[in-house]
Design a protein around this ligand. Sequence first.
Ligand code: NAD
Ligand code: TDX
Length: 351
Amino acid sequence: MKKTILITGGAGFIGSHLVRLMVNKYPDYKILNLDTLTYAGNLENLRDIEGRPNYTFIKGDITDGAEMLRIFREHRPEGVIHLAAESHVDRSISDPLAFIRTNVIGTVNLLNAARELWKDNWEGKRFYHISTDEVYGSLGTTGYFTEETSYDPRSPYSASKASSDHMVRAWHHTYNLPVVISNCSNNYGPNQFPEKLIPLAINNIRHNKLIPVYGKGENVRDWLYVEDHANAIDLIFHQGKNGETYNIGGNNEWTNIDLIRKLCQVMDKALNRKPGESEKLITFVKDRAGHDKRYAIDSSKLMNELGWRPSLQFEQGLEKTVKWYLDNEEWLNSVITGEYANYYAQQYDNR
Ligand code: NAD
Ligand code: TDX
């Protein structure tokens, strides 16, 4: 085994795609997946690789500092790729403290454990923190977020992610911890929990349920297929410069309403419905509090310095995503009961 890499949050949406990529691509690495399995963590996402000799799952909670230290001492990772987080903006509005605990304190616990393990020899070590474009705030109709854009987070979620980014940079400058950070735009694709816009709409359309669009649907997001994000993470982990930040985006901006209309067309085709049928389900509901207007990422640093390119056109990615959800109804059915049903009722009934 050449290297031991600890990936946190590997049972979640992006984490599971990254774990699969690393396990398949690097048979001589030991890939550890550390995850506490919240509502968003699902080992079904990794069924196909669970018996691989270079893969180990560790159940652990990053908010427990002593446990992190014990896990780091036992497994002695040389690299950490940190994705574990509370990730849904709407949940951060109703329960901000959970986001501070996991995203801020959890990140600090990992930084402390890595520092403790690596402090006598930084050689070949790397702490890679996965962050979001939301730390930069909200754009007007023009302009892009670059790596130099000042932080201006506006939701409890983005404030907790911004805070964790600051902690990572502080550990780099103060203790010399070798770090790298990337900030990515909205991801979509298979295995995304149906609290997020695209899988939520797919699930509702298949059940002929209303599709809740916040406000007038005019907010803009930049969408990237999840495997393209995982490829960028692999590239940055191996080739990114120590202490640097890289922005990752799809150069693919959509207003929410245009995106949902496009998705309805794809769903009509996939479900053999008459064109226009799914669109009738669109309903405008009360806006998200503090709803950021527009995100758009300039990824030229990553493209120019490391040669990264997104591989899929949005239409292709959307079709692949819809096909995956319709082919994996069992997965979807298993995550929309219990906790999700309560969450959905609390979030959307009487909205
Ligand atoms: P997700 O919610 O699907 O998965 C999060 C994972 O972290 C889950 O498996 C969960 O069980 C685990 N986790 C949560 N709390 C934990 C704890 N205390 N200890 C250990 N594990 C814990 O999230 P995602 O959408 O895959 O996002 C992954 C990362 O990428 C996050 O850091 C997020 O901020 C960032 N990000 C996400 C997007 C996006 O569009 N989804 C875009 C940019 C950045
Ligand atoms: O029911 C909905 N209706 C709706 O109009 C939901 C769930 C969302 N929306 C809107 C809000 C946003 O403008 O759609 C857009 C996308 O919403 P989300 O899927 O909740 O994503 P967003 O808030 O943009 O944040 C996402 O991208 C950055 C991820 O959830 C974050 O984890 C990531 O950091």
